[in-house]
Design a protein around this ligand. Structure first.
Ligand SMILES: Nc1ncnc2c1ncn2[C@@H]1O[C@H](COP(=O)(O)OP(=O)(O)OP(=O)(O)O)[C@@H](O)[C@H]1O
Ligand SMILES: [Mg+2]
Length: 365
């Protein structure tokens, strides 16, 4: 691709000679004779390099250079054409950000050589800027993915803590119940371990998205795991998780870990916002060729103006209690990202009779 050079020079002879030679060396040249035309062309065409004369009929090249240095956009080198021996002007030109100057009368070979050098430097700078931008995006994406995992460590950790509290406060319990509690805590710890490994993987690789590993899962088994995980919080709040699974929706091919994390987030919110003593309902149904999961509670619901934004990162709704106010708004952002990654859709609606119903649909495979 030919480089675009903007040449601002009021001397018609120099202008046409320089333009012709630069063009004959494969550069695309736009030439003009005033500062105003030069600035307009700069804004319209965003050239790769500017050659500008110091003395122009309507101003001076230093002002032109200064004005090209405001605003954003890729770096554009500026070469000045100056009168011989004018040190003050040359210094002023460097002061406003020019890269080079050339004294008139000049040998065209020298102008060409300088143009090529500065275009080469520009190319490396642009490449560096591109790489820097890519790295910044990668860093931001990886940070988001890590934040989401760290956020999701809360649920199993809270579960383990709850189990320990139960064991501590209940004193003597049957061996059977004791085994169950330990097994639940063990499962919660395994879940945490998986996620800790996921965080380490993010740091190790150039991972830019949620990795997906498909396998066939039993929805009922997932529901049992979910109930075990939230057993301590459910007991504390005196709520039950009531799940129903349509016979045609008992199995699903998806990423087990992502799927479980979506359920955990939606269920943890439902428990958090549910009034004491009200059940959380989780329905799994088959609608056309989709499997639909809905998590319904009797909490305050999502106000209409927030329904479209509640899945945005760091979006938090109205809060009534200190416990609700501790929200980060990361959980639902993760749910949307994970559901989208799995090719599905997620939404929230009012639950008839009060509360909210968060639902997501995945292709039934
Ligand atoms: N079931 C629900 N009932 C009412 N409001 C909800 C419900 N689920 C989510 N929200 C609203 O959506 C906001 C964002 O939820 P999200 O899960 O992303 O973060 P959070 O729950 O605030 O934080 P965290 O998950 O870290 O506790 C919540 O602050 C709350 O206002
Ligand atoms: Mg949450």
């Amino acid at each position: 691709m030919a480089y675009d050079i903007l040449l601002i020079e009021d001397d018609a002879n120099i202008r046409s000679f320089a333009a012709t030679v630069l063009q004959s060396h494969g550069f695309a040249v736009t030439a003009c004779e005033t500062a105003a035309q030069g600035l307009k062309l700069f804004n319209d065409k965003r050239p790769d390099l500017i050659i500008v004369d110091i003395g122009l009929p309507d101003g001076n090249g230093i002002d032109v250079c200064r004005m090209t240095r405001t605003g954003v956009g890729p770096f554009v080198p500026v070469i000045f054409l100056t009168a011989k021996g004018d040190l003050q002007t040359r210094l002023a030109a460097f002061e406003v950000g020019a890269q080079d100057y050339i004294q008139k009368p000049f040998a065209i070979e020298e102008l060409l050589a300088r143009v090529k050098v500065h275009l080469k430097i520009k190319e490396s700078q642009d490449e560096l800027a591109r790489r820097n931008y890519d790295l910044e995006i990668l860093h931001r994406v990886q940070q988001d993915l890590s934040d989401m995992i760290v956020h999701d460590l809360k649920a199993p950790l809270t579960s383990i803590k709850g189990t320990l509290d139960v064991i501590k406060s209940r004193g003597l319990i049957s061996e059977e119940a004791y085994k169950n509690l330990l097994s639940n805590a063990g499962e919660a710890a395994d879940f945490m371990l998986l996620m800790v490994n996921d965080i380490l993987d993010i740091g190790r690789s150039e991972q830019r998205a949620l990795p997906v590993e498909l396998s066939s899962i039993s929805v009922e088994t997932m529901m049992e795991k979910l109930k075990s995980l939230f057993n301590p919080s459910c007991q504390r709040k005196n709520v039950r998780i009531v799940s129903t699974v349509d016979p045609q929706a008992k199995t699903l091919t998806t990423d087990t870990n992502l799927f479980f994390r979506i359920l955990v987030n939606l269920t943890s919110n439902a428990i958090k916002f549910s009034p004491k003593g009200q059940d959380i309902e989780i329905r799994t149904s088959k609608v056309n060729n989709k499997t639909c999961f809905s998590i319904s509670d009797r909490g305050p619901g999502i106000p209409p103006h927030l329904k479209n934004h509640i899945f945005d990162k760091y979006a938090v709704g109205h809060t009534k209690s200190a416990a609700e106010a501790s929200g980060t708004g990361i959980g639902l952002a993760f749910c949307r990202l994970a559901v989208t990654t799995l090719g599905g859709t997620i939404f929230v609606e009012d639950r008839p009779g009060g509360g909210s119903r968060f639902a997501f649909e995945l292709e039934a495979k």
